[in-house]
Design a protein around this ligand. Structure first.
Ligand code: DC
Length: 215
């Protein structure tokens, strides 16, 4: 492996990018940052103290104080926090503060794996490897639905699908750092793949890029 390795992974909600990021980080012994959690942490902090979600000045102040070492996935992964996160994620000054912290994370040590919506395009434009992980909205909604049912919860597939489409619309059409593949990203469509095949497709690409660099 090269001295340093930064892997940038982007894609829409429930595409499988988070699982791939965790697997790749474990494989290469690199720290992993789910940058969605940083937007969620800002939203959660505002919700917790009953502050409005539409004040950019307040949200930006909260964003500068987010501790990347204390992001609690269990607390931050609720639907309510996700909805609120996609609202604060349109604010440029929130993005500026979080991107700065995310870049520091990527620049330290022997590298990192980061996943989100703008990692290959904005946060780490010089990443060694860029992956764009996607799947059809229907497949992503089905996965989310099955995940909720398997944990004993209840949910309507149609509602999840509508929610995923709404979230895509907001993430892909915002003015600042919209979700899109970087020009040099390698696309992985997981619609017809299980996680094992997706991991092998990703690994194969990372290996081909890193061995070409070393040659
Ligand atoms: O991936 P997620 O559901 O945890 O992300 C929560 C929200 O944060 C989502 O609406 C997209 C936004 N986000 C972003 O704008 N940029 C990132 N790098 C990561 C997430």
């Amino acid at each position: 492996m090269a001295d340093r390795l930064v892997i940038a992974i982007d894609g829409p909600a429930a595409s499988g990018k988070g699982t791939l990021a965790r697997r790749l980080a474990a494989h290469y012994g690199l720290p992993h940052l789910d940058t969605g959690l940083t937007y969620r942490a800002v939203a959660h902090a505002l919700l917790q103290v009953g502050l409005p979600l539409d004040s950019e000045a307040l949200a930006a102040e909260v964003a500068t104080s987010i501790n990347l070492g204390a992001l609690d996935r269990d607390i931050l992964s609720t639907h309510e926090v996700g909805e609120a996160a996609s609202k604060v994620a349109v604010m440029s000054s929130v993005r500026k503060a979080l991107v700065e912290a995310q870049r520091k994370f990527a620049e330290s040590g022997k590298g990192a794996v980061l996943d989100g919506r703008d990692i290959g395009t904005v946060v780490c434009p010089n990443a060694d490897v860029k992956l764009y992980v996607t799947a059809t909205p229907q497949v992503r909604a089905r996965r989310r639905h099955e995940e909720i049912l398997s944990k004993g919860g209840t949910a309507e597939y149609a509602e999840i699908l509508a929610d995923i489409k709404r979230r895509d619309e907001r993430d892909m059409n915002r003015a600042d750092s919209p979700l899109k593949p970087a020009e040099d990203a390698h696309l992985i469509d997981t619609s017809e793949m299980d996680i094992e095949s997706a991991f092998h497709a990703a690994l194969e690409h990372v290996e081909s890029v890193t061995s070409a660099k070393q040659a």
